[in-house]
Ligand binder design. Sequence first.
Ligand SMILES: [Zn+2]
Length: 223
Amino acid sequence: MRKTGYHEITGLIHCLSGLRVGGSDELLQIGGTDLTCIKHPVTLKPYIPGSSIKGKMRSEQEQKLGKFGGLDNSEPCGCAQADCLVCRVFGPHKKAKHELGPTRIVVRDAASTRGGETELKSENVIDRKTGTALHPRKVERVVAGSEFSLRIGIQVWDRDEKADYDNLNKAKKTGGMALVAFVLDGLKLVQRTGLGSGVSKGSGEVQFDDLKLDGQSIPEDLW
Ligand SMILES: [Zn+2]
């Protein structure tokens, strides 16, 4: 087993709406503003954890390809099959023994490059019977117009030779480029649905700008 290549995708994450990173939708805090953004401990600027970007790409690709894990399909894919790009690129969930080799993708934390101020957005739950607002709370989010740097590394191993991926029916890619096409498609899916928490309440609309593959503009058949 041998590592045969490395690709890097870089660019900017442009926030079209406010962005919430760190808060949880499930956790309803009455009144307070406990749902705060994740911030760098030294600069106190918000950042987007690489794991958030990676997790969202993974779940979008799982939904697109119908790849799920667990008895009730509620967990990430852990099939570890050779033809499963989700497992090949992101790693098979909970499966310690497999033949796929190491996780191919590394997503760096996205540092703030523009804007990065935060605002408090009021959210509440409407009681369906009475029409009154319940559980008012304030959530902190990064203001629209902010930008973060995107950096994704993709390792290619000799055993990726037979990988293939149909990128939005643009062109079938094989080998290492199949992994790249798969990751770029994942970014496109995130752009379509959103990033972070509160997407259904209007947060997290992002656009990936200035995308580059290994320092060059992305070829037309990949984006
Ligand atoms: Zn799988």
